[in-house]
Design a protein around this ligand. Sequence first.
Ligand code: C2O
Length: 534
Amino acid sequence: MNSRNTSATGAHLIPISGPVGRRQFIVAGLSAGASLMASAKALAQGAIVPLHCVPPLPPGQAAAFSPASGPVRVRKSVFDLTPAEISRLKNAYAELKKLTQADPRGWHHQGEVHCWYCSGALDSLNGMEIHGGWWFLPWHRAYLYFHERILGALIGDPTFALPYWDWDSCTDDPRDMTGRNRFPGEVYGFQGDTTNPLHDSTRAVGPNDRIPTTLVGPTTVKSILAAKSFTDFGGSGNEELPVVADSPGDPQQMGQLEGAPHGGVHLWTTDPRGFSGLSNMGSLNSAGFDPVFFAHHANIDRLWDLWVQGTAHANPKSNRWNNEQPFFFYDQAGTWTGIVISQMTDPGGPLSYRYDPPNWPAGVAVAATASRTLPRTAQATPLGTPLVELNTEAEAKILPAAPTTLNVALPAQVRARVAETASTGTLVLRIDGVEVPSDRGAVIQVYVNRPDATAAAGPSQGYVGSVVIVPSTAPNSLHLHRSVLRNFGFTLAPELVASLANRENLSVTLVPVLGESAKPAEFARYRRVYIAPR
Ligand code: C2O
């Protein structure tokens, strides 16, 4: 019906052990040459973008991942590191940066790996898309694992652990200056701190900039952590239909954690006021070239770990997700290794690390780590038949710069269904087929029954989250992938659902956050907008 794609297999996913054919190799060579020109401009701007990001020929059959031996590695907040831990971190990255560009463990290679896995990144022709759906959390968990083990091996310290950047340790008050929704410059270096191996000249944030609390504040993060299904929290694969997609196997729903907090922090780091998506951190093809990427993603990974420990929360049961899609990385010995998701769902298992809680607010004792349960799995609960449609898929609309309000009547029988879900399940607001050019990002705040909302309204009543897209490619790349298409789902808070049961109409207001960006505002489209029970 509204689905253009219901296939469960992805044509562009990497087969488990298939050899890379000669044709792919030739394509890789061509792409490398063509992207060279495309990247010249971005390089001139000071960003470290890969000249090409097509995976190299695998050096034969991948070794199967075997569990980490050695001590449990403890990841701490970047704001809680001791001076000795800060030097250890800097030394490890200094060693990593000394490795040659050809070394598969080296810094350059580490940065390129991320580019390979966002389809469209600088027009790479292969590499699966691990953003926008359910591969997002596990792929990045594996990426961080191998990165951390390589750094530890280089300094001969098996206890070495990445820090996490807990931008969510803050209050909802956008004027509050005590929170950690700021750049950890005392460790990663502010502008000009060029002797720091953690420094990156493409960041634009200063000590007084704060990440908007609509993206990372406690109200936002709590509502994300309260999502009952993995789909709404961490994204879905091929089990939940309908969606809007370009080709079979495309991601189906972006998890709420990947959208606002994750994408927002990426965009903010290189453009704290305009969110325009500049290299390095602000664009997926180049994000892995900023060391702070790994601290940012450690926090995403920590929030996944927190979520899965929540009552009745469960990772997908799907065998496709757990066992059928290996991810490939070079390990600390330079061995090409394949790992599947079931080997990494419990950080305390084969990966052997854990998170220390943040010491925030200052002076409050760090709570003892609560006893942990092994992550559960559960079959995804699919979305039910939509209760109301605010825009149909047939009608792709351009999002204007000014806030847009979509209205729909709530007839009595729909209100009765809404009241039912208020007690038994979840109501999800889906915004499907959001499409932006592949070199553009977007931040769009979403409100329910707040037709008066503007970007300044903040995490106030009726705010349900933000649609956030990080660009996939550098500007002026070849545009073999012209646009990026994403589907978003927002779980509505129980109080909001209860209030809907008494109303005769409902409105959804979309507020583009344009900041000081000089770029033309009308570049995003959206298709289907509807509310369905889960
Ligand atoms: Cu692969 Cu933060 O992105």
